[in-house]
Design a protein around this ligand. Structure first.
Ligand SMILES: C[S@@+](CC[C@H](N)C(=O)[O-])C[C@H]1O[C@@H](n2cnc3c(N)ncnc32)[C@H](O)[C@@H]1O
Length: 278
């Protein structure tokens, strides 16, 4: 019934072209022709929620830029797939190459800064926080901050809430679960991350297409599975700005299908999708 009704909406070439241009302008995401149905599916839900009967009316609403529909529009388009310890070798590298050598150096600085750029619902920064606590038993005495940013306000709110359904945490070891999660009862069903993880993380709304307000430097940046949807030129501009936030030796983690080839020469590949600032 629902599906039949949704297909009644006319989604013309001009609608797709105009919305695609808006997506590119506001998120950097380059939507290919193959994404047509996905865009239709996600946005027709917005049209129904707003009681609009045509994509033209929706485009006009976006052009007027009233209220927060532009935010809702971006939220609807972004793909937020993530999981705890996704691409686990990155966390292993961080533990073995960065955290353990810092811990072993008694005279070294006790200050670490991380950035999870495109953090989605928070699994990435919380995995990072767990890795830190596991590698540095006295982490509380260090000055450590994780900045977690995303343009999608809905996923950010979920990250801040820090309560996950049981199936989201199922793959984790019993030891980690016991140490870093508390079972929630009542209305907030699920597993809540502990305060010791929350204390390390600051969630902030940030569009990577906009000016990056942070000064850095960041010892490690996770920018994983975000630029996969950007075209090369957008990637070039972004990584040139990201490189400004790191010192030689700092680390950058990309997603499994991303790379800096012909995008940025400020980094050297040192592992699988792991880069070191030159
Ligand atoms: C597929 S998720 C990846 C999450 C996590 N980094 C991981 O690898 O599991 C991509 C995230 O990037 C965010 N994103 C996409 N374009 C963005 C932009 N221009 N600025 C900030 N975040 C963006 C999306 O909202 C989404 O939450």
């Amino acid at each position: 019934m629902e599906a039949t009704r949704s297909w009644k909406l006319n989604f013309g070439e001009d609608d797709f072209a105009a919305l695609r241009a808006l997506v590119k302008e506001h998120t950097g995401i380059h939507l290919t022709e193959q994404k047509r149905e996905l865009v239709y599916g996600r946005l027709s839900r917005r049209l129904r929620a707003l009681g609009l009967e045509s994509f033209r009316a929706y485009r006009e609403l976006l052009e007027r830029n009233e209220g927060d529909e532009l935010v809702q529009f971006c939220n609807a388009i972004t793909t937020n797939l993530t999981s705890f310890f996704r691409e686990a070798h990155h966390f292993q590298y961080l533990r073995e190459q960065l955290l353990s050598s810092r811990a072993a150096d008694p005279r070294g600085p006790r200050r670490l800064r991380f950035w999870s750029a495109g953090c989605s619902t928070g699994e990435e920064p919380y995995s990072l926080a767990m890795t830190i606590h596991e590698a540095l038993p006295d982490a509380r005495r260090w000055d450590i901050r994780i900045l977690a940013t995303d343009l999608d306000t809905e996923v950010l709110a979920r990250g801040m809430r820090g309560i996950y359904e049981e199936e989201r945490v199922r793959g984790m070891s019993a030891e980690r679960l016991a140490r870093f999660f508390r079972k929630e009862g009542g209305a907030a069903q699920g597993c809540s991350v502990t305060q010791e993880l929350r204390d390390l993380i600051t969630f902030r709304e940030l569009n990577l297409m906009h000016t990056l307000p942070m000064k850095g430097p960041f010892d490690a940046i996770f920018c994983r599975n975000v630029v996969i949807y950007f075209d090369k030129e957008t990637q070039r501009q972004l990584f040139a700005r990201i490189a400004q936030l790191q010192r030689p030796g700092d680390i950058l983690f990309l997603g499994h299908s991303e790379n800096l080839f012909r995008v940025c020469e400020d980094y050297t590949l040192v592992g699988k999708t792991i880069y070191r600032r030159n």
